[in-house]
Design a protein around this ligand. Structure first.
Ligand code: NAD
Length: 388
C-alpha cells in the first residue's frame, strides 16, 4: 500500500441517464469547431444509438464534425492511421470517441499519431509522450474498460500480433460521458465480458502493489456493486437500475486501476487479445481465477476481503480457506454470466505460451502484480487456464 501518491482522473465527468444531450454545449465551451468522431461501423449506423445522439447534440450546438467509423475490436495500428488521415484531410481540430474501449483507445492513438509521431509501437511504455493530444472527449457505451477516463491507450500491431500499451497522463480525455441509457442494448454476452473486465480492474487494483487508500475505496465499492448488479444487467439489459450501477462500478474501477495499476491477468490477457484477436473482457475473465488463486499466498487477507465484498460468508474459516472463498466467488459470478472456463475455448494454442509468457512479463501491467513470477510460472498459468 502506498502512503504517498498522486491521483489522476479527467477534470470533468458527466454521469447519469440522458447526460449525452449535454455534449454539444460542452464541445462549444472547449472551443471544438470541427470534430472527428471516432467509432465503429455498427455504432455509426445504430438507429437512435450513441453516435446518432452525439450527432444530434452537436448539430443543435452548431458544431461541424466528420465520422471515422473504422475502429475494429482490439484496435489496430491501421485503424489509427486511417483515422489520423481523415482528421488531416478534413482539417479537424478535436476528437470525440464514441464506443467501448476500442473506440477510445483508437481515438487516443489518433491523437498520439498526430502530435507525437506515427511510430506508435515505439511509444509503448510509461510517460513516453512529449506533446499534448488534440482536445478529446469520450462517450462511453460499455460498462467495462473505463478507457474514457484512463491514461492508457491499448493498441495492436497487426503485423506482430502484439498488443501494446502507451501509458501517459496526456492520454486522459478532457471530458468523459457515462450515460447508462446508451448501454441498454449491449448484448448480454458483451455485458458479461465487459462487466467481468470491470470486476478484474477492481480485483487487480485491490491486490496491486501500487494501491493506495483512495483506490481501495473505489475498488471495494466497485466489487460490491458488480457482485450485486452484473447478473441482473446480463439477465435483462433494459434494467436501468442495473445498467446505471454497472456504469458507476466501471467508472470506479477505472479510477482505481488508473492509479493503482493492474497485474498478471491483464498482462496475460493482452497476449491472448493480440495473438488470437479474442474479446478483451472474456480473456480477463477466463484467466482471473487461475491467476488470482496463484496470487493468493501474497495477500490472503485481501482475497478474504474480496470474498466478503462479493457476498460470501467467511466466518470460522482459516485465512487460506477464506482467501479461497474469494476465488470461488470470482468463479461463481463468471459461471453465472456464462464466461467460458478455459482459454482453449478462445483459440489459445500451447505452442504460443513460451512467447506469450515472455511478452506478458514485459507488459506494463505485470510490474504491480503482488506475486512475482518467472517466465515458466507464466507458462504454467497459461497451461492451467488452458486445461481448466
Ligand atoms: P469494444 O470497444 O471492442 O466493443 C465491442 C463491441 O461492442 C463492438 O463491436 C461494438 O460495436 C459493440 N458495442 C459497443 N457499445 C455498444 C452498445 N452500446 N450497444 C451495442 N453494441 C455495442 O469492447 P470493450 O470491451 O469496451 O473494449 C475492449 C478494448 O479496450 C480492448 O482492446 C482492451 O484491451 C481495451 N482496454 C482499454 C483500457 C484502457 O484503459 N485504455 C482498459 C481495459 C481494456
Amino acid at each position: 500500500m502506498k502512503t504517498n501518491y498522486d491521483f489522476m482522473m479527467p477534470s470533468v465527468n458527466f454521469f447519469g441517464p440522458g447526460v449525452i444531450a449535454k455534449i454539444g454545449e460542452r464541445a462549444k465551451l472547449l472551443g471544438m469547431n470541427n470534430i472527428l468522431i471516432v467509432t465503429d461501423s455498427f455504432l455509426h449506423h445504430l438507429k437512435d444509438g450513441p453516435v446518432k445522439q452525439t450527432e444530434e447534440s452537436l448539430r443543435l450546438a452548431g458544431i461541424s464534425y466528420t465520422i471515422f467509423d473504422g475502429v475494429e475490436p482490439n484496435p489496430k495500428i491501421r485503424n489509427v492511421q486511417a483515422g489520423a488521415a481523415m482528421y488531416q484531410e478534413n482539417n479537424c481540430d478535436s476528437i470525440i470517441t464514441v464506443g467501448g474501449g476500442s473506440a477510445h483507445d483508437c481515438g487516443k492513438g489518433i491523437g498520439i499519431a498526430l502530435t507525437n509521431g506515427e511510430d506508435l509501437a515505439k511509444l509503448a511504455g510509461i510517460e513516453t509522450l512529449t506533446q499534448p493530444l488534440p482536445p478529446l472527449m469520450a462517450v462511453n457505451t460499455t460498462a467495462g474498460t473505463a478507457s474514457e477516463i484512463t491514461r492508457h491507450a491499448v493498441l495492436t500491431n497487426e503485423d506482430t500480433h502484439l498488443k501494446f500499451v502507451i501509458v501517459s497522463w496526456r492520454n486522459v480525455p478532457l471530458v468523459s460521458f457515462n450515460d447508462p441509457l446508451l448501454m441498454l442494448d449491449v448484448p448480454s454476452k458483451l455485458t458479461a465480458a465487459t462487466g467481468m473486465d470491470a470486476l478484474c480492474h477492481c480485483v487487480e487494483s485491490y491486490v496491486s502493489e501500487n494501491r493506495n487508500p483512495i483506490t481501495d475505496a473505489q475498488a471495494i465499492q466497485g466489487m460490491k456493486l458488480i457482485g450485486q448488479y452484473l447478473r441482473r444487467a446480463v439477465a435483462n439489459g433494459h434494467d436501468v437500475e442495473a445498467r446505471t450501477n454497472m456504469a458507476y462500478a466501471s467508472l470506479l474501477a477505472g479510477m482505481a486501476f488508473n492509479n493503482a495499476d493492474l497485474g498478471y491477468v491483464h498482462a496475460m490477457a493482452h497476449q491472448l487479445g493480440g495473438q488470437y484477436d479474442a474479446p478483451h473482457g472474456v480473456c480477463c475473465a477466463v484467466l482471473m481465477p487461475t491467476v488470482e488463486r496463484w496470487n493468493m499466498i501474497a495477500s490472503p487477507e485481501r482475497f478474504a476481503d474480496i470474498a466478503t465484498f462479493l457476498g460470501e460468508n467467511i466466518t470460522r474459516l482459516s485465512p487460506m480457506e477464506a482467501a479461497e472463498k474469494g476465488i470461488h466467488a470470482l468463479e461463481r459470478i463468471s459461471e453465472d454470466v456464462g464466461i467460458p472456463t478455459n482459454i482453449k475455448s478462445i483459440g489459445a494454442d500451447p505452442k504460443d505460451f513460451e512467447l506469450m509468457a515472455e511478452n506478458a512479463l514485459k507488459d506494463g501491467n505485470a510490474f504491480s502484480n503482488p506475486r512475482k513470477g518467472t517466465k515458466s510460472d507464466i507458462v504454467e498459468l497459461f497451461t492451467r487456464s488452458y486445461e481448466a
